[in-house]
Design a protein. Structure first.
Length: 304
C-alpha cells in the first residue's frame, strides 16, 4: 500500500464513503484499532485514523477501490469529494406519497442540520425542539430518540456535502419495499372502521395493550376487506400497514419492521382462530382448556 500522506487522518464515515460501505461496518472493523486522533466532523469530535493504522483487510480494500476507480492511491481516493448518497431507487420512481413525506421531513430537519437556533442548546433541549417541530409538521409526536436517529441518518447521507436541501437524503428507508407492491393506480381503501377502533394515549409510545389491540383490530379489518376483494389482498395489507404506521409511528421503527411483525403475529392469530373453531366441536371438558378463561390458553401475542 502506498502510504504517501500517511499523516492524513480520516473518519470511519470517510473510509465508508470511499469503499461504498456503511459507517457501522467500518466502525466494527476498527473496533480494536485505537484512533490516531480526534477531528471535528459535523460539529462533533470524531475518531480518525491514519492509513497506516488500518487493519490489513481495510488497506487491501482501499487499494482495490483506488485501482477500480482509476486513481493513483488510497489517499487520492479518500481526498476525492464523496459521491452523493443515492436511494435504492431513483426519486423519480418513488411515487408522490414518499416524496411528500420526504419534503415534510426536510421542513423539520433542515433548520436543525444547518444549526439555526441550536448552537447553545443542550441535548435535551435540542431533542425537545425537534420533537415539537416534527409534531407541528406531521400532526403527531415522535420520541426524542427517534428524532435524533432521523437527524443522524440524514447527516450520514449528506456525508459532509452540506447540501441539506437535497430531497433524496430525507426519503424513508423502506421506499424500495413500498414500491414492490404498489396499490392499483387511483385505488384508495377506506380505513375509517379501523381508525374508529384505534386509541392511543401517546401514538409515539403505545402501551402493550394498545399495541395488541391495534394488531388484532387490523387483522379483523384486513379479513373483512380482503373477503370483499380477494385479488387485492396484497394491496389491502400494504395500505393497512401504511395507515397503522402513520397513525402510530411508535408501533415500529419503519414500515418494513411493522410489516415483519404484523405478518408474524397475523400467522399466529390465524392459527389461534382455527384452533378456537376446532375446539368448539370438542366435548365441553376439553374445550374449556382453550377458552379465554381456560387453563392452557395462550394469546397470539404471547412470546415463544
Amino acid at each position: 500500500m502506498n502510504l504517501t500522506g500517511s499523516y492524513s487522518v480520516f473518519t470511519a464515515a470517510q473510509y465508508a464513503a470511499a469503499l461504498g460501505m456503511n459507517r457501522q461496518s467500518i466502525q466494527h472493523a476498527l473496533r480494536l484499532t485505537p484512533p490516531s486522533r480526534r477531528v471535528l466532523a459535523h460539529g462533533n469530535l470524531a475518531d480518525a485514523w491514519i492509513l497506516a493504522a488500518l487493519p490489513i483487510a481495510l488497506q487491501t480494500a482501499l487499494d482495490a477501490a483506488a485501482a477500480q476507480r482509476g486513481v493513483r492511491n488510497p489517499l487520492a481516493l479518500l481526498s476525492e469529494p464523496p459521491a452523493p448518497w443515492q436511494p435504492r431507487l431513483p426519486i423519480a420512481q418513488a411515487g408522490q406519497d414518499p416524496i411528500n413525506r420526504a419534503a415534510m421531513l426536510r421542513t423539520v430537519l433542515e433548520p436543525f442540520l444547518r444549526g439555526k437556533d441550536s448552537r447553545n442548546q443542550t441535548s435535551a433541549e435540542f431533542e425537545a425542539a425537534g420533537v415539537s417541530a416534527y409534531a407541528h409538521v406531521f400532526g403527531h409526536p415522535i420520541s426524542g430518540r427517534w428524532f435524533r436517529a432521523l437527524f443522524k441518518r440524514t447527516l450520514d447521507r449528506d456525508n459532509g456535502a452540506a447540501d441539506f436541501h437535497r430531497l433524496e437524503i430525507y426519503l424513508d428507508d423502506n421506499i424500495a419495499a413500498a414500491l414492490r407492491s404498489p396499490r392499483p393506480a387511483g385505488k384508495k381503501y377506506d380505513h375509517s372502521a379501523l381508525a374508529y377502533r384505534l386509541a392511543f394515549q401517546d401514538a409515539a409510545k403505545p402501551t402493550l395493550t394498545e399495541r395488541q389491540n391495534a394488531m388484532e383490530y387490523s387483522f379483523r379489518h384486513f379479513e373483512e376487506m380482503a373477503a370483499d376483494a380477494p385479488p387485492e389482498r396484497a394491496e389491502i395489507k400494504q395500505s393497512i400497514l401504511r395507515f397503522l404506521y402513520e397513525s402510530a409511528p411508535g408501533l415500529a421503527r419503519t414500515v418494513k419492521a411493522l410489516k415483519r411483525n404484523w405478518n408474524r403475529l397475523y400467522a399466529r392469530w390465524k392459527k389461534e382462530q382455527a384452533d378456537t373453531r376446532r375446539h368448539r366441536r370438542w366435548p365441553r371438558a376439553q374445550a374449556e382448556r382453550f377458552t379465554p378463561g381456560g387453563v392452557g390458553r395462550r394469546s397470539c401475542f404471547d412470546r415463544g
